[in-house]
Design a protein around this ligand. Structure first.
Ligand SMILES: N[C@@H](CCC(=O)N[C@@H](CS)C(=O)NCC(=O)O)C(=O)O
Length: 230
């Protein structure tokens, strides 16, 4: 029996994109169970998800080999779990120092970048440069998030020599993929090395596949988008 990954809408569900890209890119087979993200408040989403997690948030990874409690209901927890179950895939960097840094970066993403997340929700098939420009000029907290992201990636690419954050593709790249999508949608200004990194991420087969499906699967909801309501 293989994994099942519950995910949201491919155009907008940033948290689902990371584990999906990680599994695809690493060649880990899984069944995909889409749950519409516009049903966040409805019973339908809660019913579909309650069977696998009481929290009702996406994504959820189900591994039947775990027996009667087969769910992992947080994106970082599932990345850690997959790295543990598939050590041969080197999903984290093999070097201990690099691995400690990679974990720190992912933890920072998991808990931080609140303003950027709130003001620039992932919306893959849209192009919203005027919103990006307004945020750059009017929102200091947003600019701090963006600067931190750019500095973090630039420093890390310099340390590893690229092409990915830690040399080879790792959980860290999968974890930041939704930030690459936001930078594209809102045309956010980034340095040339960071722009080149984003282009390499977008060219990964797994990312290209998600984007192509997101463009077919598009829907977007203004109530989820504070920056569009001004
Ligand atoms: N920290 C969680 C975040 C999960 C999350 O907030 N998922 C959103 C979808 S992007 C969700 O399910 N929202 C619905 C809700 O909050 O009820 C993770 O890393 O998996």
């Amino acid at each position: 029996m293989s994994y099942t990954l519950f995910i949201g809408n491919k155009n907008t569900d940033a948290w689902s994109m990371g584990p999906w890209v990680l599994m695809k890119q690493a060649g880990i087979a899984f069944n995909e169970q889409p749950v519409r993200s516009d049903a966040t408040e409805s019973l339908e989403l809660k019913k579909a998800l309650r069977a696998v997690t009481p929290l009702g948030k996406l994504p959820v990874l189900v591994d039947p080999s775990l027996g009667s409690n087969p769910s992992i209901w947080d994106s970082l927890a599932m990345c850690e779990y997959l790295a543990e179950v598939h050590p041969e895939l080197n999903l984290w960097p093999t070097d201990r120092t690099a691995r400690a840094r990679a974990r720190s970066l992912c933890a920072e993403m998991h808990a931080g970048f609140q303003e950027m997340r709130a003001m620039c929700p992932m919306n893959i098939d849209a192009r919203l440069p005027s919103i990006g420009e307004r945020l750059i000029h009017k929102n200091n907290a947003f600019c701090e998030d963006l600067n931190r992201l750019v500095n973090m990636w630039q420093t890390q690419l310099k340390l590893s020599g690229g092409p990915m954050l830690f040399g080879q593709f790792s959980i860290a790249d999968a974890y930041f993929v939704s930030m690459c999508m936001r930078i594209r949608t809102y045309a956010l200004p980034v340095s040339p090395p960071v722009q080149a990194y984003i282009s390499r991420i977008l060219a990964l087969p797994s990312v290209a596949e998600w984007i192509a499906k997101a463009e077919q699967d598009a829907d977007f909801f203004i109530h989820e988008t504070p920056s569009l309501q001004a």
